[in-house]
Write a new protein. Structure first.
Length: 256
């Protein structure tokens, strides 16, 4: 078995989110930790600590959508499954989060393209089968190779209501993309909306969760290292009470 890390790190100064949504990390080193440690124990002097050093810690200001993360149905809408209260990230069944995987390759599609159900079917035909219930389907787009570059959030194709519901019709409950969003980049959607004035195209892949509850993995990485099938994805989210999403260290266990 080969382990492939499909996650990206949460870090400062990487253009992986729109302006105003970037993470901020303050790194407190062992000298700062020594001052904190001695303040907590009356009479303790820094010279009494090993090499005069304390702990290193980090303080973060982040959203649950920074870094590689899993979106819960609550992120998309207050309800799912045609009226049931939408599940938050701490309510996601753990059996959804460790399942065989299928990789679909859409790297040749242009940035901003919205994948159709027919294009999904063509990929299934290429691979030779449809996804099984609960199988985790990850989509390799042109965004993956641009992670960390200024144009990352504008790159890659996306998945609208039609394609999303087509995937869910097979019993899929977790999907993933190496793009910033499961939907097409906002910049492309904004151009389409300015032209057609159709509000139904805005966040339509996410909003499909109103009809069928499902989870999305976003900002995946290294999908090009995966075969089309023959691997298991492990993507347990951090348990954050009542949250719309949580960070996940997503890995693929590839059969050798």
């Amino acid at each position: 078995m080969r382990i492939v890390d499909l996650s990206v790190a949460i870090e400062n100064s990487v253009p992986a989110d729109p302006p105003g949504l970037e993470p901020e990390i303050d790194y407190l080193d062992h000298d700062a930790g020594a001052a904190d440690l001695t303040a907590r124990f009356t009479g303790l002097e820094r010279a009494q600590l090993p090499d005069g050093k304390g702990w290193a810690i980090e303080r973060l200001r982040v959203t649950t959508h920074n870094g590689t993360h899993m979106d819960a149905p609550w992120h998309y809408h207050p309800t799912m499954d045609h009226g049931v209260r939408a599940a938050t990230i701490d309510e996601i069944p753990l059996e959804w989060c460790m399942q065989p995987g299928m990789r679909l390759d859409f790297r040749e599609l242009p940035d901003g393209h919205v994948v159709s159900a027919d294009e999904l079917e063509a990929e299934f035909d290429r691979i030779g089968r449809r996804p099984a219930p609960l199988e985790i389907v990850v989509c390799n787009t042109a965004a993956g190779e641009r992670y960390g570059e200024a144009d990352y959030i504008d790159r890659g194709c996306g998945f609208g209501r039609e394609a999303t519901l087509a995937l869910l019709s097979h019993g899929v409950r977790v999907v993933g993309t190496d793009g910033w969003s499961w939907d097409a980049p906002f910049s492309a959607t904004a151009r389409r909306f300015a032209r057609d004035r159709d509000p139904a195209i805005i966040w339509e892949g996410h909003k499909a969760g109103r009809e069928r509850g499902y989870c999305q993995l976003e900002k995946l990485h290294h999908l090009e290292l995966l075969p089309d099938q023959g691997f298991t994805i492990v993507c347990f989210p951090v348990a954050i009470r009542s949250a719309s999403a949580a960070w996940a260290r997503v890995v693929a266990l590839v059969d050798e």
